[in-house]
Design a protein around this ligand. Sequence first.
Ligand SMILES: Cc1cc2nc3c(=O)[nH]c(=O)nc-3n(C[C@H](O)[C@H](O)[C@H](O)COP(=O)(O)OP(=O)(O)OC[C@H]3O[C@@H](n4cnc5c(N)ncnc54)[C@H](O)[C@@H]3O)c2cc1C
Ligand code: FES
Length: 266
Amino acid sequence: MPQQIEFRCQIVKRQQPNASFVILTFASPEIASLAMPGQFVNISADKFLRRPIGIMSVDREQGLFSVGIRIQGEGTLNLSVLQPGHYVSLLGPLGHGFKLDNYDRVITVGGGTGVFPLFFVQQYCQEHGIEGIAVCGYRSAAESILTEEFTKTACAVSFASDAGDMTIAGHAGHALAGVIADLIEKKADLSRTLIAACGPKIMMRTAAEQAAAAGISCQVSLEERMACGVGVCLVCVCKTKGSDGEIENSRCCADGPVFDAEAVVW
Ligand SMILES: Cc1cc2nc3c(=O)[nH]c(=O)nc-3n(C[C@H](O)[C@H](O)[C@H](O)COP(=O)(O)OP(=O)(O)OC[C@H]3O[C@@H](n4cnc5c(N)ncnc54)[C@H](O)[C@@H]3O)c2cc1C
Ligand code: FES
């Protein structure tokens, strides 16, 4: 491999905002300095295959990075109980992240665990003078996560919940429609606006359709089941369209996880 990607990293902080989510912060000057929004780490959960988890934020000065984990099955449960001081084997930073540098405005559209990697996008936008608008969809206010952090970091936020107890009733697509309508009403230049989506496939597809209808660029982060995380085992293969429209097999881990929405075969 061209550069070191396997590290033993110490957990320096563990936060549990609610019963379903844990945020772990690791000391790793290498990963903190190299990571770009949309990239992920493949974390060893001891007896299991590694688990891919998006990078949620970096502190490049302190050499720290954080991940947000939803406790789903045994692997994430094992990760969720690790305490500060524990060392974990990590591969990273892996994959191709979001391409943000040609844009003046980035609208992140996240649902479920997709909000975690998109927080890194908002952090990057804040640091690079890009107008960041955060659209997040949750099941309910009680199950929402990172709302304060998004509110502090993004220029504007729109939070939706299925339960109807947040600003917008419904899913992230409903909130995105409002954001786009607002920009159109203000006659905003959308030619250098990007929609960056991560979350359930149906949500990303809706975001991609809304982006196409409004003439806005769109990139989506696909979440396939993974094993090696580095392009070798082919567990994560998904169908994409090449520039000539031909259907191709892409490795979500190494060719993605972020793809142009137009290239995705939904
Ligand atoms: C690029 C990438 C980034 C990710 N980022 C995050 C993140 O920031 N935070 C987070 O909590 N999770 C993230 N995930 C999903 C996470 O990897 C899975 O939830 C985890 O592997 C489940 O492992 P488990 O052992 O707990 O559950 P398992 O027992 O293996 O499965 C439990 C449930 O999780 C589902 N699941 C398993 N693997 C995946 C997967 N790859 N994608 C979606 N669902 C899966 C299963 O279908 C099942 O319903 C990401 C996945 C990918 C591919
Ligand atoms: S997970 Fe092995 S090739 Fe992608």
